[in-house]
Design a binder for this molecule. Structure first.
Ligand code: ATP
Ligand code: MG
Length: 416
């Protein structure tokens, strides 16, 4: 079966200079991929006639559908609409439905309707109008020799509304879209080359319609199996079975069999074991609490975090003994352990966690920059672990938070 081939063109000088990050093409690609449409290429081009035409010519030479975003607005830098009109040999005409819609938006917002805004209701007579419930610039659908070109505004939520309301349903009807299944296994504790060695024979034995991808992230490596086929249900079973075979081989490093964030996975594990966690965060400054509280329902497994940045706060609010800090230094296994048990006690939780570290160069600590100690405690045991991060302060902080979530999870899984 030949999959429908899509080509995504994003238009705008701001994309090329990195002032705006092109999230539109990532969003579109995810949606198309989920519908079994293959993404051939994604390009960003300047707000220039020649650049846009070159991209269009290239796209139409290879793809079945071309999706364009940007440059549909009423200002002089927005040239996509007249350009496409000319490209497809049409002329701009007022569309009554769009005009009503645009006027309605202006009157609801109490804004004067300018002549310039009239242009927003103009569409090429050779295009089908795609209704934009979130804004004034309509989307447009062109066809040429059985190929489709779709133009949408650059504003992400307007583009998304047009895709959901008008484009994706039409694609579903029109194109034979293949079945596609992704299954992701999250691992922690080993690098990707080590994992690759462990599963070499399994990977080599994969059938040609199933592929394995290694996706390393902070503290983790995701293994994603992707299958293409015709029958969604059958494919789902096949890929799931393979996932279990892979996961069994490397079970000591598996932390989850689904593609979720570490905070979601930890939250689910705490809920399942009916446990509450409490934290004492020094160098992460509450970042772990922030991540956990992003989850709806976190009050069912998370009691709170003490951001105990300076030593006196660690002593007063978490009960870390002054002598311990004097003797071992504030960035130490002992202090991390005392923070974990102290968090458990002062917050009244089943699981306590502590993190203390030095994230950027400083003369104040006898340990190397990037050293972070963490500890997890329950009523029976305290486990500590040392990390060394080598990036800048912000990235080190993020790494510390991710690894904090991870070691709590591994503690609950008895893998720490
Ligand atoms: P408008 O009617 O608002 O002018 P437009 O179609 O002309 O819409 P642009 O002027 O290209 O769109 O962009 C509008 C806004 O959307 C800008 O803030 C821009 O940074 C943002 N934007 C444009 N393209 C993208 C993209 N590919 N990814 C994310 N944001 C984008
Ligand atoms: Mg614009």
């Amino acid at each position: 079966m030949k999959l429908t081939q899509a080509y995504i063109i994003t238009i705008g000088d701001e994309l090329l200079i990195g002032q705006t990050i092109d999230t539109n093409s990532a969003w579109i690609a995810q949606k198309l991929n989920a519908q079994g449409i293959h993404i051939l290429r994604r390009v960003a081009v300047a707000d220039e006639k020649a650049a846009i035409i070159t991209a269009l010519d290239e796209a139409l030479a290879v793809a079945d559908v071309v999706l364009i975003t940007g440059g549909l607005g009423p200002t002089a830098d927005d040239i996509t609409k007249p350009l496409l009109c000319e490209y497809f040999g049409g002329k701009l005409v007022i569309n009554e439905r769009v005009l009503e819609h645009v006027k309605g938006i202006f009157s609801r917002r109490n804004r004067p309707f300018l002549d310039r805004n009239m242009a927003q209701a103009e569409v090429p007579d050779v295009a089908t109008v795609l209704y934009n419930r979130m804004g004034t610039a309509p989307g447009m659908w062109f066809e040429k020799d059985g190929r489709v070109v779709i133009a949408m505004p650059g504003v992400p939520f307007e583009m998304e509304a047009i895709m959901e309301d008008e484009v994706l349903p039409r694609f579903k009807e029109r194109y034979v879209t293949g079945a596609i299944v992704h299954r992701t296994t999250i691992t922690a504790g080993e690098g990707e080359s080590f994992i690759a060695e462990q599963i070499k024979d399994l990977e080599e034995a994969l059938p040609s319609h199933i592929h394995l991808a290694y996706l390393p992230g902070p503290g983790i490596v995701k293994l994603r199996l992707t299958g293409h086929g015709n029958d969604q249900e059958l494919l789902q079973k096949e890929v799931e079975q393979l996932q279990f075979v892979f996961a069994e081989r490397i079970q000591h490093i598996v932390v989850a069999l689904e593609d979720k964030s570490l905070e979601e996975i930890l939250g689910a594990a705490l809920l399942e074991q009916k446990l509450f966690a409490g934290l004492a965060e020094s160098c992460t400054g509450g970042l772990i609490a922030h991540k956990l509280t992003n989850i709806h329902g976190s009050s069912n497994f998370f009691r709170g975090s003490v951001v105990c940045y300076l030593p006196p706060v660690k002593e007063r609010l978490v009960g870390v003994p002054h002598e311990l800090i004097e003797k071992h230094g504030v960035v130490s296994s002992e202090v991390a352990a005392a923070m974990a048990t102290g968090a458990r006690n002062s917050l009244g939780t089943d699981i306590g966690f502590g993190v203390t570290g030095v994230l950027s160069p400083s003369e104040d600590y006898p340990v190397p920059t990037g050293t972070v100690w963490m500890a997890v405690a329950d009523k029976n045991r305290v486990v500590t672990k040392e990390f060394r991060f080598h990036y800048d302060r912000i990235r080190n902080k993020e790494l510390a938070a991710q690894n904090g979530l991870l070691i709590m999870l591994r503690f609950l899984q008895n893998k720490l």
